[in-house]
Design a protein around this ligand. Structure first.
Ligand SMILES: [Zn+2]
Length: 308
């Protein structure tokens, strides 16, 4: 004898499975991988090089047979760390494209529009030189900051549209950047147990965020959008990428190019000359519908204290 309330719940569950399961089985989850802060991100562990990090990332991407993956460049690093330069050439030699992340990683919410535009333009000669004849006109906003006032948001979009840029949105992220600094500290200390814990928490964050953004998309649209995943060119990302790509593969992910992902109507705001009503992230899409965000089950808060 099943109580009526439970029976109702079971029927609802069976209905939802009947509706969503075959679609889920047919449709792989599409993710476009993107890497920020080329050619140098976060401190390096002792004995590692920027080129070595780039080569490890490239090898993992090649082994997983991903489509070409965009790397977003801050060319200021070529002056700060000249030894990082070969990493950009390795990226290109692998057939992977480069695009703009501004010259010095400026936050549009903290500088004037004119300062931001000048910094973005200062980054272009390197991209032009390395991407001859190919499409480098994508911008990934540093800190994902698109402007702190409606006027600024409109103005930067007008500027970008005039220069034929598209905005590389982010619709999946687990805060991968935050593991790179503690990793460098743990490596310097030779603390292998702490590094194993970093590995575990990194993979848990990736798993949880995958479920989290899929749940937002399911709530909003009843299905997956193609996701654009934010990653960084850090030493721990390089160490973990083979396992991370495996994790996604095991969950039925198909890797697609940024261009392919952004063809989906969700990203229609990304090439508009003015700020539009369409949301640019899944979080903002939830807010626009007045829906509360579910709690995140992964956290970066303990990483700052690791290997101090
Ligand atoms: Zn960045």
């Amino acid at each position: 004898m099943i109580p009526t309330k439970l029976m109702g719940a079971l029927t609802g569950l069976m209905l939802s499975l009947a509706v969503s399961e075959p679609a889920a089985a047919r449709q792989p989850v599409e993710i476009a991988l993107t890497f920020d802060d080329l050619p140098a991100h976060a401190p390096l562990p002792p004995g590692e090089t920027r080129l070595g990090v780039a080569q490890a990332l490239i090898a993992a991407l090649k082994a997983a047979k991903t489509p070409p993956v965009y790397g977003f460049v801050n060319a200021v690093q070529l002056e700060k760390e000249p030894a990082s330069a070969p990493g950009l050439d390795a990226w290109r030699a692998a057939g992977f494209p480069l695009a703009n992340h501004t010259w010095s990683h400026v936050n549009l919410n903290q500088v004037t529009l004119a300062e931001f535009e000048a910094d973005l333009l200062r980054n272009e000669p390197v991209l032009q030189a390395k991407m001859k004849g190919q499409d480098w006109r994508w911008l990934r906003f540093p800190y994902l900051a698109e402007g702190d006032t409606p006027e600024k948001r409109d103005a930067i979009r007008a500027f970008l549209a005039e220069r034929r840029y598209r905005i590389a949105s982010v619709t999946m992220s687990f805060g991968d950047f935050a593991w790179n600094e503690p990793y460098a500290r743990c490596k310097a200390l030779g603390d292998e147990a702490a590094i194993r814990e970093l590995e575990d928490s990194y993979l848990k964050a990736a798993t949880d965020s995958f479920d989290y953004y899929r749940a937002l998309s399911a709530t909003l649209y009843g299905r997956d959008i193609p996701y654009v995943l934010l990653m960084h060119e850090g030493a721990f990302d390089a160490r973990m990428l083979p396992r991370l790509l495996d994790l996604y593969r095991q969950r039925g992910v198909k890797f697609v190019s940024l261009d392919q992902a952004e063809r989906h109507p969700f990203y229609r705001a990304d090439d508009k000359p003015a700020a539009v009503a369409a949301p640019v992230t899944l979080e903002s899409a939830m807010a626009a519908r007045g829906l509360p965000l579910p709690p995140q089950t992964w956290s970066l808060s303990t990483l700052a204290a690791v290997c101090r």
